[in-house]
Write a protein that binds this ligand. Structure first.
Ligand code: FE
Length: 284
C-alpha cells in the first residue's frame, strides 16, 4: 500500500500537426489552442519522421528572448549555431539547454540527408527577474545523462533526481524535472514530485495507465496527460503490448503574467515591443 497522495490525470491533450522554421513538420502539444501553456512550460513540440522532406529545411536563423529552450534528441543529428559563438551537434540521446535570456539568434539545422529525425523541444519560462539575463548554452552528450534502473523501469535523468541520482541540469528558478522513461509491459514507475509543481506525462511509444487504485487513466501514444499538483505520479505500462516510452516533466509555476509573441516571451506588451525593437536594431 502506498501512502503517498497520488496525482490524478486532470486532462488529456492531443498535439496539433503544424510546421515551423523553414517548413519542418512537427506536432505541437503545448502552446496550441487546447493547451496554451502549462506554467512554467510554454511549448512542447514533438518532431518525429522518417521522411527527410519533413525536416530537411530545418530552422534557419531566428531570435529568442525571455525563456529557455530544451531540445532532447531521440534519433537524428541537428547542428546548433548562435550569434554568441556557440556551436554544437546534437546526436541521439543528447540534450541542449539554451537560456535565451536577453536575446540570442540561432539556427537549428539537420546534420543528415536521410533517415529518422525524432525528439522534443520544450520551452520553459524564466521569471521576470531573469528574462534579461546573459544568454547561455549548455550541451550534454548522451554519456552525461545518467540512467537509473528502478525495478524494471529504465529512467534517463535529464533534470531532477531519481533514487539519489541527479540529472546534469539545474535551474533554481523553475526546479525542472525531466525524465525519459522506458517501461516493459506491465512495469510500474512511481515518482514523487514536489508539491505544487505542475507536471505532465507525454507518451511517445506504447500506452500506460496513470493513477492508482480505482482511478487509473489510460494514456495512449501521443497523448499528453496533465497531472494534478500534489503527490506522486504512478505510471504503469499496458500489459501484453510493446514497451512504453514517455517523458515525465514537471516544474515550479512562476505565476507571472505572460506576454508572448512568436519567439519572444515577456511579462508585458511594452517589453514585447522592446524585444522587437532590440532585435531589429541588432541588439541581440
Ligand atoms: Fe530556436
Amino acid at each position: 500500500m502506498n501512502t503517498l497522495a497520488t496525482r490524478s490525470v486532470e486532462r488529456l491533450v492531443r498535439g496539433m500537426p503544424t510546421s515551423d522554421g523553414a517548413g519542418v513538420k512537427l506536432t505541437r502539444v503545448i502552446g496550441q489552442p487546447q493547451l496554451a501553456d502549462l506554467d512554467p512550460f510554454l511549448m512542447l513540440d514533438e518532431f518525429g519522421t522518417d521522411n527527410p522532406g519533413d525536416y530537411i529545411a530545418g530552422f534557419p536563423d531566428h531570435p529568442h528572448r525571455g525563456f529557455e529552450t530544451v531540445t532532447y534528441m531521440l534519433d537524428g543529428r541537428m547542428r546548433h549555431r548562435d550569434n554568441h559563438g556557440h556551436e554544437g551537434v546534437l546526436v541521439p540521446g543528447s540534450v541542449q539547454w539554451m537560456t535565451a535570456g536577453r536575446g540570442i539568434i540561432h539556427s537549428e539545422m539537420p546534420e543528415q540527408q536521410e533517415g529518422r529525425m525524432r525528439g522534443f523541444q520544450l520551452w520553459i519560462n524564466l521569471p521576470a527577474r531573469e528574462k534579461m539575463t546573459a544568454p547561455r548554452y549548455q550541451e550534454f552528450e548522451p554519456q552525461r545523462i545518467p540512467t537509473v534502473e528502478v525495478a524494471a523501469a529504465r529512467v534517463k535523468v535529464i533534470a531532477g533526481t531519481v533514487e539519489g541520482v541527479s540529472g546534469p541540469i539545474a535551474q533554481p528558478a523553475t526546479e525542472p524535472t525531466y525524465l525519459d522513461i522506458e517501461l516493459p509491459p506491465g512495469a510500474q514507475f512511481i515518482h514523487d514530485l514536489p508539491a505544487g509543481h505542475a507536471g505532465f506525462v507525454y507518451v511517445y511509444e506504447g500506452a500506460v495507465g496513470i493513477g492508482a487504485g480505482e482511478i487509473v487513466t489510460p494514456v495512449e501514444t501521443h497523448d499528453l496527460a496533465v497531472l494534478g499538483d500534489t503527490g506522486a505520479v504512478h505510471i504503469e505500462a499496458r500489459t501484453g503490448a510493446a514497451p512504453a516510452r514517455l517523458i515525465l516533466v514537471a516544474g515550479k509555476p512562476l505565476r507571472e503574467p505572460v506576454a508572448k509573441y512568436g519567439p519572444f516571451v515577456m511579462n508585458t506588451r511594452e517589453e514585447l515591443m522592446q524585444a522587437f525593437q532590440d532585435f531589429q536594431s541588432g541588439r541581440f
